[in-house]
Design a protein around this ligand. Structure first.
Ligand SMILES: Cc1cc2nc3c(=O)[nH]c(=O)nc-3n(C[C@H](O)[C@H](O)[C@H](O)COP(=O)(O)OP(=O)(O)OC[C@H]3O[C@@H](n4cnc5c(N)ncnc54)[C@H](O)[C@@H]3O)c2cc1C
Length: 501
């Protein structure tokens, strides 16, 4: 049995590592429950993590990270935004929220500059949606259950009559897969598990819910306001978490079993530490971050779960050059990178680097920015793009736009892209389940607190807890996964003290 805490909740010291949504939700929950010593340590100069609301083009927001609230029912992020009046009330912005990967107002262009018929695109996208739903709803036939998501989609598509009945069907299908990569956050759907798609849960209610003029930052602000002055310290990268400490090093105060060390040498003692670093950061640093090192099953979870990159490319123009009814310009390649043969061929010797831009799905219009387009790119190609200069990326995008549409596309006045892979404290965008990995088992292993109470007797319980998007079994990838995991770990700590009394 674990020994009960020797201190009360008001004197217990909790350190939360990371001021993303998980960390802030955790800290706010603890503070609301009466914990008076909650210290949030954030490595970078701003709170938010993968929520990054910026204003590079004037007063209206550009979201470099999370943009939508996925689903309503049972989604605490939606409830919080609704309660505080943070959802968009503007019909144009809300009109941009569409549950499918394409909208009736998207223009699909072939590489040779021809515009595809909307009816044909709609048939392929409709089929794609039907096939993917079978995976999400756990209705996969036995023969598909060990396959990659990409293989499953290809085989299910080949079984359909549509594959041969429409000339460009396979090319549009390739676009659908490319676009799906930005939801799944993998380099390719041939690397993601078909079977494990079933664990990802979509909540009822509009799938994409748009935030108002304050963007996602307004959601963070609600949580930030609950923190007392000094509770959040930015520019405090944590370099070491010493846990399971048996004796007090010095001083006469109550013994704290965890010590958190920052890069600048500052130390924080804690009864409990909530780690909310992204899976990408843990992949790179977990083996050096913890003393003693993490148990085998947690390291296995960190290594085996996937953490892919999704980036956005913003192009700002002096004037809109696309028709007013156009919601996006989508690019249909003769040989797209999510075609199985091309994917395999390009992987040999890294040929994909030469044509990284082929992974861009297209360019969508941006809420509240009538002269801005946003391109989406994922995987290894996104990581490669991050190594390039803004000017070069801008030139490539303009070349694509000109050659696909034939429209007189001017030079952009500003180019901006996200760099989630190069961000040292994130190292990617969100979690996916690779082929052959058991998602639930690994998410749970990642979320398990230390020390493991079933094998470790006599130690103070719940010394190190793990929250963050990747620690949620069903809502990984999303802000609500992050939020729920943060409050879940805070509640574990709160229960420890309430059960004591
Ligand atoms: C391009 C993109 C688009 C997205 N779109 C959506 C969307 O539309 N809707 C949606 O629901 N979700 C979306 N997401 C996902 C969503 O942003 C994340 O799931 C969520 O924000 C993760 O929150 P988190 O608190 O778990 O992690 P993070 O936001 O990564 O926060 C972790 C924090 O910990 C800090 N940290 C890490 N290591 C240390 C350390 N050693 N010391 C101190 N601090 C440390 C980091 O700097 C960071 O601030 C998107 C993400 C990206 C990248």
């Amino acid at each position: 049995m674990s020994s009960p805490p020797a201190v009360s909740s008001s004197s217990a010291k909790v350190v939360v590592i990371g001021a993303g949504l998980a960390g802030l939700a955790s800290a706010a929950t603890l503070i609301q429950a009466g914990f008076e010593h909650v210290q949030v340590l954030e490595a970078t100069s701003r709170p938010g993590g993968r929520i990054s609301t910026t204003r590079p083009f004037g007063p209206d927001v550009i979201e470099l990270g999370a943009n939508w609230i996925h689903g309503q029912e049972g989604n605490p992020v939606f409830s919080l935004a609704e309660r505080h009046g943070l959802l968009s009330q503007d019909s144009t912005t809300r009109g941009m929220c569409h549950p499918d990967s394409f909208t009736p107002r998207d223009y699909f262009f072939r590489e040779d500059g021809t515009l595809l018929s909307h009816a044909g695109v709609e048939r392929v996208c409709g089929l794609f949606s039907k096939i993917t739903s079978r995976a999400f709803d756990n209705k996969l036939e036995e023969r598909f259950r060990s396959k990659s998501f990409g293989q499953y989609l290809d085989e299910a598509f080949a079984d359909s009559s549509l594959a041969s009945s429409f000339e460009d069907a396979a090319k549009v299908f390739e676009w659908c897969k490319r676009s799906e990569c930005t939801d799944v956050a993998c380099s390719s759907l041939y690397e993601a598990s078909a079977l494990e798609q079933k664990e990802y849960t979509c909540l009822e209610g509009n799938f994409y819910n748009c935030l108002g003029p304050g963007g996602y930052r307004a959601v963070l602000d609600v949580l930030l306001k609950t923190l007392p002055p000094g509770a959040l310290l930015c520019d405090r990268p944590v370099t070491c978490i010493r846990w399971g400490l048996e004796t007090q090093s010095k001083g006469a105060g109550p013994f704290c079993p965890v010590k958190v060390l920052c890069e600048d040498g500052e130390e924080f003692e804690a009864d409990h530490v909530v780690v909310t670093s992204s899976l990408g950061f843990l992949k790179e640093r977990a083996s050096a971050l913890f003393e003693p090192t993490l148990p085998e099953d947690k390291m296995r979870a960190i290594e085996s779960l996937g953490f892919g990159t999704v980036d956005k490319i913003f192009l700002r123009f002096d004037e809109r050059f696309w028709p007013e009814d156009c919601a996006g310009i989508q690019l249909i390649w003769e040989e797209g990178p999510e075609d199985k043969t091309i994917y395999c061929k390009q992987s040999e010797g890294g040929a994909w680097r030469e044509s990284w831009y082929k992974k861009i799905c297209g360019f969508d219009v941006v809420a509240r920015h009538p002269t801005v387009l946003c391109g989406w790119i994922s995987g290894r190609e996104a990581q490669h793009m991050e190594t390039l200069q803004e000017q070069e990326v801008g030139q490539v995008c303009v070349r694509l736009l000109r050659s696909f549409t034939g429209w007189p596309v001017p030079e952009p006045t500003q180019v901006l892209f996200s760099t989630w892979w190069s961000s040292p404290y994130v190292k990617g965008s969100y979690t996916f389940i690779p082929c052959g990995v058991k998602g639930v088992r690994e998410h749970q292993a990642l979320a398990a607190p230390l020390p493991n109470s079933t094998v470790c007797t006599g130690k103070k319980p719940l010394q190190v807890l793990f929250a963050g998007e990747a620690t949620h079994v069903n809502f990984y990838t999303t802000t609500h996964g992050a939020f729920v995991s943060g409050t879940r770990e805070a509640q574990r700590i709160i229960d420890l003290y309430t059960k004591q009394n």
